[in-house]
Design a binder for this molecule. Structure first.
Ligand code: ZN
Length: 227
């Protein structure tokens, strides 16, 4: 008997569902595994998700958005809120499939005084009246810091965070008592370079993803000041 067969049926179902979703993400080319990868944090790992590719296939995104909407269908939702272009595409798909027909709004990420912050256009702030029920949608949840900033923002305006729906969550992230639903919950080890077992074995380090992120810095940073 395999290890999977000994588990309870609900756990097996979750496992199968996650595998299907992971395969869908693989089809977009976003998911990389079995590599020796440099992360933006400087740590090394074996798996990586290219965020920009996650929502490139509309039919996949719509299907995955519908799964998130179905999970939260039992709760009335007035608004779906996200930050970042990928999460916004996904949040549109979630809102479209949710029976409450929530509106879709988005915040923008930025830096202020060296600290990360999230802000909402004034037009959207006005929509968050006290008691408005909000579902937060994110594509990838790695540290959860963006979602924590969003939760603070919503609660300061009197809104209620009903839950958090995302495509991928590193399992170490938790948001107190707020329900989190992720299509794939998966964690993978990260290593300090001096303790990395793959470095010790002399396996070449893939720095491609960090380089790409660097190239995506705002155009004002890259372009020469005088043309
Ligand atoms: Zn390494």
């Amino acid at each position: 008997m395999s290890a999977a067969a000994r588990k309870d049926p609900a756990a097996v179902e979750t496992e199968v569902r996650e595998k299907i979703h992971l395969e869908i993400l693989k089809r977009t080319g976003a998911y990389h595994a079995n590599d020796h990868i440099l992360l933006p944090s400087g740590q090394h790992t074996t798996e990586y998700i290219e965020k920009t590719l996650v929502t490139t296939e509309p039919s996949f995104t719509e299907g995955l958005g519908a799964v998130i909407a179905k999970h939260f269908a039992q709760w009335p939702i007035d608004m779906v809120l996200s930050t970042g272009p990928g999460a916004l595409i996904l949040s549109h798909c979630v809102a479209r499939a949710h029976p409450s027909r929530p509106v879709v709004v988005y915040g923008t990420k930025g830096l202020s005084g060296g600290k990360r912050r999230v802000s909402l256009p004034v037009e959207f702030q006005r929509l968050i009246r006290p008691g408005v029920k909000i579902l937060l949608v994110e594509d990838l949840v790695s540290t959860g810091s963006t979602l924590s900033l969003l939760i603070n923002l919503v609660e300061q305006l009197g809104g209620l965070v009903v839950g958090i729906g995302c495509l991928w969550r590193r399992t170490s992230v938790d948001f107190a008592d707020r329900p989190v639903f992720s299509l794939v919950s998966r964690d993978f080890p990260t290593y300090d370079p001096d303790k990395c077992p793959f470095c010790k074995r002399g396996i070449p380090l893939n720095e491609e993803f960090v380089r790409r992120r660097h190239h995506r810095k705002p155009s004002s940073v890259q372009e020469p000041k005088e043309v």
